[in-house]
Design a protein around this ligand. Structure first.
Ligand SMILES: Cc1cn([C@H]2C[C@H](O)[C@@H](COP(=O)(O)OP(=O)(O)O[C@H]3O[C@@H](C)C(=O)[C@@H](O)[C@H]3O)O2)c(=O)[nH]c1=O
Length: 185
């Protein structure tokens, strides 16, 4: 049996929730994490990096990250161990949904992924200990263009499900709105 992704458009235009389609048998399961053929229309460019993160404590917050042009990137985010509340914020200059956020639970159990388009900030909070994420990106990491929005900004009002247990110092000190420049695509 061949595995395919179920693809669902999200309320913020260009963003999608994908469901991987595991095939189970007496050994365990098989699933496709990425397929250029099926996802080319959503991602458009070849992958540049595959990144992994492991967060030890439930409640760990990472985000809200993005890259300015010419390094704006598309990300396909999966949670292979545990569960995360995954969030995107539309930061596209001129977008009708500018600064709106959307969250999805991605977990080992639901096999869901978030397709984060260019011009979106991305972050997540882990819902259990030892949550592991894997994400595919179509642009290289570039510290000169890497930037962030403060995930705890009351003006963004992201409804994080747990008290924050861990955060990087850099994420904690990202600017608050309106001290922020939109992404021009
Ligand atoms: C993102 C990245 C970081 N690094 C380095 C920088 C730093 O020394 C160390 C840890 O980086 P960070 O603190 O930025 O890691 P982290 O906070 O986990 O960053 C990630 O957060 C999630 C929400 C995303 O959306 C990702 O794109 C990425 O920004 O790894 C790379 O070498 N390559 C990369 O692609």
């Amino acid at each position: 049996m061949s595995s395919k992704f179920e693809i669902q458009a999200l309320p913020l235009a260009g963003a999608y929730r994908l469901s991987r389609q595991p095939v189970a048998d007496n050994r365990g399961l098989f699933e496709r994490l990425y397929c250029a053929d099926e996802l080319q229309a959503l991602i458009g460019r070849p992958l540049a990096q595959i990144n992994r993160s492991l967060s030890t404590r439930a409640g760990t917050l990472r985000g809200m990250h993005f890259q300015y042009q010419p390094r704006a990137e598309v990300k396909l985010v999966s949670c292979l161990r545990g569960a995360i509340f995954d969030v995107i914020v539309d930061i596209r200059a001129g977008s009708p949904t500018y600064l709106q956020w959307h969250g999805e639970i991605l977990s080992e159990q639901n096999h869901a992924c978030m397709l984060v388009p260019q011009g979106f900030a991305h972050g997540f909070q882990t819902l259990v200990d030892d949550a592991e994420t894997l994400y595919f990106v179509d642009e290289f990491f570039d510290p000169q263009h890497y930037a962030g929005l403060n995930p705890l900004d009351p003006a963004l009002a992201i409804d994080w499900p747990l008290p924050v247990s861990e955060m990087s110092e850099r994420d904690r000190t990202y600017p608050l709105l309106p001290d922020f420049q939109a992404v021009c695509l």
